[in-house]
Design a protein around this ligand. Structure first.
Ligand code: GLY
Length: 431
């Protein structure tokens, strides 16, 4: 069968890689991919969801799987379904759970799902008044899509006021900052939890630890993700049951019954586990409507079951019959980013601030073949050299019987990669 993967980043490379391993798949197309993805799949330069639907129809694509949130929020699932093209991913209505943090939090409050105390604001002065009235630290979040960078964790009232100014008045994240959620900052252990769902049945996947801050010791700005590992040390059967009964089931059933949203695809719950007496409460910090980046890079290599079989079960509404199998070994992902470099007019601070592109990348041919390399921001320059095109450039995914072994291996292999300004966190997986 022919599969089309929509996406251009490391997560999407991992999805294409996983489909490429299926004995049922003869061709994997990726719209629009990057230089790394092009080494093992056929990249097609399709930019709009209409172009993607035309291509799927013309090429008789049997299955389309969507990586990022933007095409889902733009209604790619609705468009494909209206043209009878099989696609895995939530529709536009369901996508509000990610594309509006304010609406998602309201819905969860209505459905009695644990969320931090919060209020939504469309006027900056009212948000500031609220912040001043609270006796605890907050997180200020842009309502709309902001490439993972729209949550500002604040240590003081002054920082929270500055976050409101940055998001709502300076529009650091554009239109995403029309509204904000101001929520109580929780302290505990973060965990990214994933499920497959056909809108009725929900099958838990495994969990991963994501590292969002740019610098070691979880300092610096929020990024789209600097590394990850799986399995997550906190996830056991009892916690899976708690997350399913307190969050995933009330959410999927609740949005269907109360808001007529039939959610089909991957559900990503960004959770903060907070201990209260003997209980662990999984508070939902965010909902994403897709696989995580860089969580997919460590989760999909652990999935033993064919992703085609799972996708077909989602589409046919028979997910209940699936029991995905997982490799218990650790996977650890280190992201190499475009760091501090000197430009013609001064210094580039490096990702997630401004960074240089077009920088040649060396050393990938020396990476141990037992590791995986997924690309995020790479292309071939006119002379055919592999160069950087993004803040997150590529990642190395290692495996190991222990987290420490996986970490050591990834660091060893990453030392072989070279490009001007390369920066990666060396504390990923350091527990
Ligand atoms: N790892 C965070 C995200 O995918 O949104």
């Amino acid at each position: 069968m022919k599969v089309l993967v929509v996406g251009t980043g490391g997560r999407d490379h991992a999805i294409a890689w996983k489909f490429g391993r299926s004995p049922r798949v003869s061709r994997v197309f990726v719209a629009h991919g990057n230089a790394g993805i092009a080494r093992s799949a056929e990249c097609v330069n399709l930019r709009t969801i209409e172009e993607m639907a035309d291509f799927a129809e013309k090429e008789r694509i049997d299955l389309t799987f969507v990586g990022p949130e933007k095409p889902l929020s733009a209604g790619i699932a609705d468009l494909f379904e209206s043209r009878g093209l099989p696609i895995v991913g939530p529709d536009k209505k369901a996508s509000r759970l990610e594309s509006s943090k304010c609406d998602a939090k309201e819905m969860m409050r209505e459905l009695a799902i644990p969320v931090p105390e919060f209020e939504n604001f469309s006027e900056p002065d009212k948000a500031r008044d609220y912040i001043r009235s609270l006796g605890y630290p907050v997180v200020v979040k842009a309502d709309g899509l902001a490439a993972g960078k729209g949550s500002l964790v604040c240590d003081s009232v002054a920082e929270a006021e500055a976050a409101v100014r940055q998001i709502m008045e300076e529009r650091a994240f554009g239109e995403a900052g029309q509204r904000v959620v101001v929520e109580k900052r929780l302290y505990g252990r973060e965990l990214s939890f994933f499920c497959f769902t056909d809108g009725y049945s929900i099958v838990p996947m495994v969990a991963a630890q994501d590292y969002k801050r740019a610098l070691e010791n979880d300092e610096g700005k929020n990024t789209g993700g600097m590394g990850s590992y799986s399995p997550h040390p906190f996830l056991n059967e009892a916690l899976v049951k708690t997350i399913m009964s307190r969050v995933a089931e009330p959410l999927i059933n609740g949005v269907r019954e109360k808001y007529s949203i039939v959610y089909r695809g991957v559900l990503y719950l960004g959770l903060m586990l907070v201990e209260k007496g003997d209980e662990v409460i999984p508070y939902v910090l965010e909902i994403n409507i897709r696989l995580g980046d860089p969580e997919a890079q460590v989760i999909l290599p652990r999935l033993r079951t064919d992703l085609v079989d799972i996708s077909e079960a989602i589409l046919a509404g028979r997910l209940k019959s699936m029991q995905p199998e997982w490799d218990p070994d650790y996977r650890l992902c280190l992201i190499a980013t475009s760091g501090r470099t000197k430009g013609k007019k001064g210094w580039y601070k490096g990702y997630p601030d401004r960074y240089k592109i077009g920088v040649p990348i060396e050393g990938l041919d020396k990476i141990d073949e037992n590791c995986l390399v997924f690309h995020s921001g790479t292309e071939l320059d006119p002379s055919g050299r592999l160069v950087t095109t993004g803040g997150r450039v590529l990642c190395i995914v290692s495996s190991g019987k222990t987290l420490a072994a996986a970490r050591e291996k990834a660091l060893l292999e990453m030392e072989k990669v070279g490009f001007e300004g390369i920066y990666y966190r060396k504390d990923i997986g350091l527990e």
